[in-house]
Ligand binder design. Structure first.
Ligand SMILES: [Zn+2]
Length: 421
């Protein structure tokens, strides 16, 4: 026993000595490296269960994920919350009407199971969701507390579990095709232990953790969060995790003002109330350029919230519809030019204009050749595709001040209430 104690003390002394002989900057570097290694190792050490979410994509399909199950249409409940609960279906409908795609051209996700959710969420949190009062708090729909939980599970939580499954699937498709879009998801206020701001399931964290656990080539991720609100959910999940770099451009004067989560942000730009297109887009462009110079991720999750829209009563920013389309174009141009897989989720923004803007933005990405249906979009040297498809990265065009093609006319009427998402 004594001998063991002596050996242990000597070992500790040797470690301290060797550490003290390293220059301060080197120590920081070593510490940082160890942190990355520890975080990566922790993520990699978690073995992914046999999930059913990773459905295959056909060569003829767009890496766009959607199902009618996303939409919340029951008992008029959609009118109780500041939330256009049919937004996702209307985006898909507009894309269909544009002639871009049909049901057969997109990938249908499955509902995230309890086992899938437990990869990030605690059992305690999932158990709490069987209390209607907890669901009411998270969704900010107080009357929900009076609805029997089994009904809530079916009409409210199930659509959100489908959207969560959609984000997890879309991240995998992005790795295979170079890009992917989930027409739903982006619940950036939810984290492993709790939800808030209508975000129940931490789909962004889940998507990254699933990839890291299933693909050894995915060790580092970046989250580009451009929703008007701070993405405190994924930030809490990735606090002290150097394998995930978070860029967040948001209005710091609105919900959730989460100081603890803020520590996880590596690149931040604050927007004041009524920030307009020029200033906003300059912040987006600058922070993305800086972030991509500082960090080389294997996957990027783009949280493309549209509540930055002029007139959105909760986002409180003054970015126009054209500004939002331009923003998405800037993100895809910068990221695709670096050959980094990107998965986009639609997140917050629930005015009646929102669906039209999202649809127009996707059409604009297609028009600018930043997204393509061809499976040859996969990035061969990192993620070789099955078969002998030629690796093809489209030429990146210079972005114009305004989309030069007439786009779908977004609906003009505004819904008074909106979500915190
Ligand atoms: Zn938001």
């Amino acid at each position: 026993m004594t001998l063991l104690k002596i050996r242990s003390t000597l070992f500790r002394f040797a470690v301290i000595l060797s550490a003290s002989s390293i220059e301060k900057s080197d120590r920081l570097s070593v510490k940082s490296t160890f942190t990355v290694m520890a975080a990566s190792a922790a993520a990699a050490s978690r073995k992914l269960h046999a999930t059913e979410l990773y459905v295959p994509i056909k060569p003829t399909q767009w890496p766009i994920v959607y199902t009618n199950q996303y939409n919340i249409n029951a008992f008029g409940m959609q009118n109780l919350h500041p939330f256009d609960a049919g937004k996702w279906g209307r985006v898909f409908q507009m894309l269909k009407e544009s002639g871009m795609l049909s049901e057969a051209d997109i990938v249908t996700p499955k509902e995230a199971s309890s086992q899938d959710l437990l990869f990030v969420h605690t059992q305690k949190y999932l158990d709490n969701l069987t209390w209607s009062s907890v669901v009411a708090r998270i969704t900010e729909v107080l009357p929900v507390a009076l609805v029997p939980n089994f009904i809530l599970q079916r009409i409210l939580l199930k659509p959100l579990r489908y959207q969560t499954g959609g984000t997890i699937l879309a991240a995998k498709l992005a790795v295979e095709r170079g890009w992917a879009i989930n027409i739903g998801g982006g619940f950036h206020h939810a984290h492993g232990e709790d939800g808030g701001g209508f975000c129940v399931y931490a789909d962004i964290t889940l998507a990254i953790r699933f990839l890291m656990a299933s693909n050894p080539k995915i060790q580092k991720a970046m989250i580009i969060d451009l929703d008007a609100h701070q993405g405190n959910g994924h930030e809490r999940d990735f606090l002290d995790d150097e394998s995930v770099y978070i860029l967040d451009v948001y209005n710091g004067a609105i919900y959730p003002r989460d100081l603890k989560a803020k520590a996880a942000i590596k690149k931040r730009a604050n927007c004041l109330h009524h920030t307009k297109d020029e200033e906003y887009l300059e912040k987006v462009k600058r922070t993305i350029e800086e972030a991509l110079n500082e960090f080389k991720p294997d996957i990027i999750v783009y949280n493309a919230g549209t509540d930055i829209l002029l007139g959105d009563p909760l986002g409180r920013l003054d970015v126009t519809a054209e500004g939002i389309i331009k923003r998405d174009e800037i993100v895809f141009t910068k990221v695709r030019a670096k050959n980094i897989p990107i998965v986009m989720v639609t997140s917050g923004g629930y005015t009646m204009q929102t669906a039209g803007i999202i649809a127009n933005s996707i059409l604009n990405l297609k028009e600018k050749n930043l997204i393509s249906k061809e499976s040859g979009h996969s990035i061969k040297d990192i993620f070789p595709p099955e078969g002998n498809e030629e690796s093809y990265i489209p030429p990146i065009k210079e972005v114009d001040a305004h989309p030069d093609k007439e786009l779908l006319e977004p609906e003009k009427t505004m819904k008074k209430k909106q979500s915190e998402l």
